[in-house]
Design a protein around this ligand. Sequence first.
Ligand code: FE2
Length: 294
Amino acid sequence: MSINQNTAGSIVVTPVCDAIGADVICGDVKKMTPTVFHQLQQAFHQYLVIRIRGQQLNIEQLLNFGRWFGTLSRGAPVHIGQKPRDEQYPELAIISNVIENGLAIGGLGDGEAVWHTDSSFNDIPPSLSVLYSVEIPPAGGDTGFANMYTALDALPKALRNEIGGRTIKHDKRFTSGGQLRPGFQADQDLQDSPGPSHPIIRKHPDTGRDALYLGRRPCAYVNGLSLTDSEALLDTLWSYATREEFTWHHQWRLGDILIWDNRCTMHRRDAIDPQTRRIMHRTQCHGTAVISGM
Ligand SMILES: [Fe+2]
């Protein structure tokens, strides 16, 4: 696939499967134009995850690409044992298992990252994430995506009615890799744990469509229910959300850019062989307040 197939100024969009995701050929993203970006954005809203291959971007160029989609957020907080952020690029987060001089150069390590939507433990979560592969292992670290519009549509009517108007508390304490964030306690009752509450059915501010908005399964709590009832309801919802027919797993190549919509998708990552190296650069756009759907 060449990245130079955009000479006519129009992009080529090819769905990767029925569930979610499309390959987009749009030329070198460093030369993005408003016309091309408009088409890219349309494809993004239609397919929810966009893969653009064969790019060569330094940090500044990646951040400039991300800025087409909106104002960038400050990168995720750095963890204990992690190299301090390069304040020259505050909007960059490094996702990596590489250790240099005893410090991790990025976040998430080499373990599996469970299904989640990015930073839903914030009052205003990021709208979208842009992830670019800088160094990848020969195998492992595939990223899965799940379509939360179709997961919501698949719920039986009674279940959908049951969750209408309800909210989930999105626990702040742990990363999607299971690491405790600095300043939080591991042992805490879920009903009292820190984190914002968001509607279970979320209306997408741009498309107007409703999606299931679950955050992540560990430490989630449905407000107003007993812990037992909350766990049972979450288990049922998750059994729909991660069905194979709503998902796609992407295998990384060098120079891939993946852009996903945190308002209507979830993602996960396979573990990585600790003997191999993986370095990814990520940036995210500021979101808007989470709006309840029907
Ligand atoms: Fe993530």
